[in-house]
Ligand binder design. Structure first.
Ligand code: AHR
Length: 499
């Protein structure tokens, strides 16, 4: 089979906001405790932060990390996690029905974020709490000094403000599972009032309002419209969440359909964009609301196990999906979909980062990488600069859910500062290789910097044995062309120097 990707420096989707390669740490399961924080573990520093995890996260080059939830935040009192550790209360976490010791809180997270080289995407509780607790948190984090909350931060050891720029106004407030679920009107009104108070403290912050926690929720569409009607002028982004897996009656051997699920994400994103723009038109405003896909991933492997987990444990094994090779292929094409929508998706968080539906797993001895680590690591490190409009010639196939899934997913990004063009491409054909050409109209190719392929594993194989590796790919060039043979079921990256 043959496939062609044509790119041109003048045909641009958008400058990529690198926050689309964000991730998520929730106070849930072993994400924090035994994940990023484990006093006494062999690599833990004086603050209990695991250095092996810090090094692993650095490999992923994560620009922003959402914290502290997730469902957890909708019943969380952030003040429980500050001040002397021996005075912090142990609480019931009503979201996940575990015991939260609060030994890890805001300062510990911000210290970890600094070490990892990332910024925070801080969520406030709009489930069981409201306007003033959110505004107080902004004051605590961002106000220089001379007020109750800013001086308390200084007293707790942080003289300069944390200067957190991005804030989430609650989490999944449309979800029946959420503690403090609201109707769209109730939430939109509360989000607007909280936004006003938070911005009164610091008008440089950016705010994300909750959109739908799934396109399958019956309120999808109406929720977005009603919420934005209430808070459009005071927020910057609308969120959306999407997880994939074999759910309900799905046949776990339906690989062709599974690998087409990035089409669903594309439709979801475009649907939310359409609603944002409809509200914009009705409001006759020049302001555009962009999107934060602040939770996305595969999540289904651990569901049965989690249903059997006893409640009220500290840091139990929860949501510990073990990812296989087909999951890595799906994550690869979801990343390409994100890049294709980078004109409107400005923040996205792979949910999550460590132990909980995560690319990085820990045990007492060390860390290991799941299959999904590899495509995420490559796109976050090299998908920089500008996303170029992909003009693709490739056959498609039909599945139960999708009429036309292209056998090849592909996109190129152009980093002008490095004269580097990176091509991400995935062959979804189960038996045939693809003879792939990228035609680079006004680019002159100098040389191949790096070319890798990720392939050859059983689709149900995982990486617990550590055998999964990126392998070299042979890519050849002509002045305006890059060529490679893409193996069946393969994720590939080709980096070339251009003039
Ligand atoms: O990421 C796991 C959970 O998924 C989050 O807590 C919640 O927001 C979503 O339902």
């Amino acid at each position: 089979m043959k496939a062609v990707l044509k790119v041109d420096p003048t045909q641009q989707i958008s400058k990529i906001d690198e926050r689309i390669y964000g991730s998520f740490i929730e106070q849930l399961g072993r994400a924090v405790y035994e994940g990023i924080y484990q006093p006494g573990q062999a690599t833990a520093d004086e603050n209990g932060l695991r250095k092996d995890v810090i090094e692993a996260v650095k490999k992923l080059n994560v620009p922003i990390v959402r914290y502290p939830g997730g469902n957890f935040v909708s019943q969380y009192k952030w003040e429980d996690g500050i001040g002397p550790k021996d005075a912090r209360p142990k609480r019931l976490d009503l979201a996940w029905r575990t015991i939260e010791t609060n030994q890890f809180g805001l300062h510990e997270f911000m210290n970890w974020a600094k070490k990892v080289g990332t910024q925070a995407d801080m969520a406030v509780n709009l489930g069981t709490r409201g306007i003033m607790s959110a505004a107080n948190l902004v004051e605590y984090c961002n106000f220089p000094k001379g007020s109750y909350w800013s001086d308390l931060r200084r007293q707790n050891g942080q003289e300069t403000p944390f200067a957190i720029k991005t804030w989430c106004l609650g989490n999944e407030m449309d979800g029946p599972w959420e503690i403090g679920q609201k109707t769209a009107y109730e939430y939109g009104h509360l989000a607007n009032e909280a936004a006003k108070a938070m911005r009164a403290v610091d008008d440089s912050i950016e705010l994300v309002a909750c959109g739908s926690s799934s396109m399958d929720n019956p309120t999808f569409g109406d929720w977005e419209k009603t919420v934005l009607d209430q808070c459009y002028d005071n927020v910057d982004y609308l969120s959306l969440h999407r997880y994939y897996g074999f759910y309900g009656d799905d046949d776990p051997n339906e690989l062709d359909n599974y690998l087409g699920k990035n089409i669903d994400l594309d439709e979801f994103i475009k649907g939310v964009v359409a609603i944002c723009d409809a509200v914009k038109a009705r409001k006759r405003t020049k302001k555009t609301i962009n999107l934060s896909l602040d939770e996305w991933n595969v999540w289904y492997h651990s569901n049965d196990q989690d249903a059997k987990t006893k409640p009220w444990q500290q840091a139990p094994h929860l949501l510990e999906d073990i990812y296989n090779f087909e999951d890595a292929l799906l994550v690869g094409s979801l990343l390409i979909t994100l890049l294709k929508n980078s004109d409107r998706v400005k923040i996205a968080c792979l949910a999550q980062l460590v132990n909980v539906i995560a690319p990085i797993m820990t045990n007492d001895q060390g860390v290991w990488f799941q299959s999904i680590f590899y495509p995420y690591m490559q796109v976050s490190n090299y998908g920089k600069g500008i996303a170029l409009t992909p003009e693709v010639e490739v056959p498609t196939y039909k599945t139960r859910e999708f009429d036309a899934v292209p056998y090849l997913d592909s996109i190129a990004t152009y980093d002008k500062t490095q004269n580097e063009l990176t091509i991400f491409c995935e062959n979804k054909h189960q038996t045939d290789s693809i003879s792939f050409q990228t035609l680079l109209r006004d680019f002159d190719v100098e040389n191949v910097i790096e070319a890798t392929q990720f392939y050859g594993y059983d689709v149900k194989a995982d990486n617990r044995d550590g055998k999964m590796k990126l392998q070299p790919l042979t890519a050849t060039t002509e002045p305006h062309k890059v060529m490679a043979t893409l193996q069946p079921l393969s994720w590939n990256m080709i980096r070339v120097r251009v003039r």
